[in-house]
Design a protein around this ligand. Structure first.
Ligand SMILES: Nc1nc(=O)c2ncn([C@@H]3O[C@@H]4COP(=O)(O)O[C@H]5[C@@H](O)[C@H](n6cnc7c(N)ncnc76)O[C@@H]5COP(=O)(O)O[C@@H]3[C@@H]4O)c2[nH]1
Lengths: 202, 202
């Protein structure tokens, strides 16, 4: 089915290629921990500035995945006070894949300020939306033929994606501890927009 | 279902982002035709050297998508006489997508020599395997839990992917004429390996 299919493709076509440090084989490949260390050395960051060395994967229940995570990092009552801002990306991972030579895999780093405190120092994280769901959102928005079918099953599909991904990660010794899945509703009970930065900071 | 789901994600998450020349909006974005022209100017190629300005998408019925297309460009009886060789890539397309800033989309160019003739001059094409099927192949190979289920339905899934992709492209004014799908069996009736370069040249 569509939802769990997306989870299998997301894991085997992406997460297992970019997260783990390969033990042998691909000489140039660097997993996410090595790439975070390189980033910290390059930008002279303290260990405390990068507390969680994993990929945060955001799964929005309502499918809306922003282009820039800054957009969803405000409290609803103060919508210009951004908690997150894009920083430079981690160095890229390049692999030959299915005929494409040196296909580029990139992850973005974001700074997060806790605006509830008066701290000047941000925390750094590697975070992104779960891309298959952004694509699924585009399918619904742009494909008139199938969109009614997909819209009616939207929640089941997202749910299947999330559960299947959790199962696959639980069974993967390589990747389980290298990413953090955040399943969240983009509006709370009062229809107010949620601040994703708060969720990540927890 | 899994097969048509992969086709929807492949089109909305990739083909419609990399193939068309955007009319307005994304200033930096260049569709495949413009990127091929840039390549030809850069490498000083004659118009005849790049006869088909589309993306060739290879869909192998048996799911095996090689890492480098050179590997499948030999006749079975002459397995070191390669017809294809990777050339430089087209310039990349970079887009902000689902939280990843400037995600990189790249296509590879291959040279093809027709070894049946004694020509010195290769023809250039932009070609790659349909990546979702390479990922699906990896799922089957590496995931013991699901692989029996997937293996039993393998042909239906590839078939659904191919048919759905054809339908979507037929309905897309933007992308229909910018790619060429090649559905092929990687071995012929005598179990001999097929030379993909011959198929592309037709
Ligand atoms: N965040 C993120 N960064 C990446 O670099 C990346 N690469 C893949 N994915 C996601 O993993 C899964 C498996 O990928 P696969 O390559 O089999 O399918 C991909 C692939 O067939 C094609 N595609 C996408 N980007 C490229 C690309 N750069 N080159 C070739 N093909 C591509 O279109 C499909 C859907 O892409 P996305 O909908 O962006 O999400 C994919 C997918 O859900 C990524 N996710």
């Amino acid at each position: 089915d569509y939802g769990s299919g997306m989870a299998y493709n997301y894991f085997y076509g992406y997460l297992r290629l970019v997260l783990p440090d390969p033990e042998v084989g691909t000489p140039g490949a660097k997993g996410i921990r090595k790439r975070i260390e390189t980033f910290m050395n390059h930008h002279r960051l303290l260990k405390t500035a990068f507390p969680v060395r994993k990929l945060f994967i955001l799964i929005p229940r309502n499918l809306y995945t922003p282009t820039d995570l800054m957009e969803v990092s405000t409290d609803w009552h103060n919508s210009t006070n951004y908690w997150m801002e894009a920083a430079m990306s981690l160095e890229t991972q390049e692999l030959d894949r299915a005929g494409v030579k040196q296909r580029v895999y990139k992850n973005s780093v974001y700074k997060i300020w806790n605006r509830d405190r008066s701290t000047l120092y941000p925390v750094y994280v590697v975070a992104e939306g779960a891309t298959p769901l952004k694509t699924f959102y585009d399918v619904i928005k742009m494909n008139p033929k199938m969109s009614r079918v997909f819209k009616n099953h939207q929640h089941e599909i997202v749910s299947a994606f999330y559960k299947t991904l959790q199962d696959i990660l639980r069974d993967s010794d390589d990747c389980r501890d290298l990413c953090e899945i955040i399943f969240y509703a983009d509006t709370d009970e009062n229809q107010r927009r949620v601040n994703v930065a708060r969720i990540i900071l927890e």
